[in-house]
Design a protein around this ligand. Structure first.
Ligand code: C5P
Length: 225
């Protein structure tokens, strides 16, 4: 029974892409729309959770009954996640964070010239790696892995490296999965070795299945186990 089974649970969700400015008019970003993360936030809210949603820029409307923190860059998302993490029991990190940002942000629009333009990119911090150093053992940390090949191998490697309790892996090259569609095809891997392969489902149903998994193991999972 999913009714109110997340009452008294505080859930922090991230959603969407980040925007990495190059100059006042140009950005580096990716194809994420935030649909998966918004679906997780709404599902958790409907099951009684207190939900904070850290969302990148996008067209999606603000969900009612959810505390929304809007961010643009990966650095802003990191600050919002680390500042709010201590007050939450569960972190579900569905955002597609830009791995790189332009090394220099130009204060005025860069003029085009005839020749090519080389832009230096620097690495953004990996927010989940930082979370893994600050998390409490009683917190449940969930990552997402969008892959185009070797989905299982890459997902399990991320699960271990980022010290996650679960990773939700999807092959974004498959029709009906990944960016900008309303459905997803995922496998939920647990640090305990479990693998739950789900059929094609709406993102809302994927969110509910993920919350079912978290509910059934909360208290039994965590860095200390
Ligand atoms: O390594 P990769 O980006 O594929 O891992 C995906 C997971 O890591 C997602 O949950 C994403 O939100 C998170 N991530 C992050 N900070 C980054 C890059 C990814 O928290 N800089």
């Amino acid at each position: 029974n999913r009714r109110r089974d997340f009452a008294d649970v505080r859930v922090l969700v991230t959603a969407g892409a980040t925007w990495e400015p190059f100059d006042p008019v140009r950005i580096l970003s990716n194809r994420s729309t935030g649909k998966m993360g918004y679906a997780v936030a709404e599902a958790a809210r409907d099951r009684g959770a207190t939900v904070t949603l850290v969302a990148g820029p996008g067209e999606l409307r603000s969900p009612e009954g959810v505390r929304l923190i809007r961010v643009e860059t990966a650095l802003e998302m990191r600050d919002a996640v680390l500042a709010n993490l201590p007050m939450h029991d569960v972190l579900i990190k569905a955002a597609a964070v830009s791995d790189y940002r332009p090394a220099v942000v130009h204060p005025s629009k860069v003029k085009k010239t005839e020749g090519p333009l080389t832009v230096e990119l620097v690495r953004n911090p990996d927010i989940l790696m930082e979370v893994s150093r600050h998390r409490r053992p009683d917190q449940v940390i969930v990552g997402f892995a969008a892959e185009t090949e070797d989905v299982e191998k890459n997902a399990l490697e991320k699960l271990r490296r980022k010290n996650l309790d679960y990773i939700v892996a999807n092959d974004v090259s498959m029709a009906g999965a990944g960016f900008a569609v309303d459905t997803n095809i995922v496998t939920i891997y647990g640090r305990d070795g479990t693998a739950l392969a789900l059929p094609p489902l709406s993102k809302r149903e994927v969110a509910d299945r993920l919350l079912d998994v978290i509910r059934d193991t909360r208290g039994k999972v965590g860095a200390g186990s």
